[in-house]
Design a binder for this molecule. Sequence first.
Ligand code: PLP
Length: 390
Amino acid sequence: MTFSVASIRKDFPMLAEKINDKPLVYLDSAASAQKPLQVIEKERQFLCHHYAAVHRGIHRLSSEATAMVENVRQQVIDFIHAADSEEIVFVKGTTEGINLIANSYRHGFIKPGDNIIISQMEHHANIVPWHLLAGQIGFDIRILPIDNDGKSIFEQLDRLIDSRTRLLSFTHMSNVLGTVNPAKQIIAYACQCAEQKAAQLHILLDGAQSIMHQMIDVQDLDCDFYIFSGHKLYGPTGIGVLYGKKALLNVLPPWQGGEAMIDQVSMTLSEPAIINITYEKVPWRFEAGTPNIVGILGLGEALRYINNIGYQQISAHETALMQYANQRLSTVNSLRLYGSDERQGVIAFNLGEHHAYDIGSFLDNYAIAIWTGHHCTLPLMDFYQVPAMC
Ligand code: PLP
């Protein structure tokens, strides 16, 4: 298949919209991507012709809907090259996936006096859950620093990891700088340091930005957890995926309680009552309540959409666009670019003394949508000593 920009644009109805009578130029996909008709239509079809609750009825619609949802789980396995369907947990998005792990770790996985490592370029979603947990348990958070090019100085892991380090949690790709962390190399190095120091280290990769730019093979990366959101991947909001190595998920306690995650519940009428609960096996143990059925099916369609185009084609097109953008931006006076020339997917900049919000509003007059502000990475803004970026 050849890559036809015109035909792909036609798949995205939003790209035909006008704002201020000008054609929309949507450059805000890192925040959330527009949706192709295939995803929209899949959701409509399901709601109009197949809708039912899953995992609880034996009537035909319910069992068909359950099979559809479980098929998407299978699609996710293939998409990120996981080993088993028990490794794929549906969550609301990256934020919820990280919070799930943080909350499950509360129960004995991380103890007072332990420590974890996150990087200086993390999105708040990979800072705040750990800060909350550290406040409750009493462990240290250590920071893997970045250099002026916005690259992680991962050699420092040797200094940062000690026998009490329990987790290294970092982003695969920066939503601001476009830095692609060499995750496989970093993980191998971290595991080597952990072995030398007899640390029982787990690795969590925030895949919110990498999932749409490169083919992911979680087994090859050898991460313990990989988490992403559907809405950045042309899928719906409110759905995402937590991949976890089966052996690890199997021993993690559930974090939310309710229907679908239990096996048996019984109670006595004694006072106090004795309630006995046994839990479902993974992944359902982590999926309490009625799931986002429509979102899951939309996600499945988004994965199919990407597979049909192919990462090679997507990547080649992105590389060409990035070369063109870098070349044109280098001719703009007083434009400051952040990160290194090897950035992928996004370009962060400021223009002279103008505030990023002013640039964003100015471009909006021309129907050009960009992401402005601190990009949910205030520590990164501090590092570059700016309040905001475009
Ligand atoms: N991590 C990174 C690197 C992100 O870019 C984002 C969203 O921008 C998130 C986490 C949070 O994703 P969500 O809001 O979909 O949970």
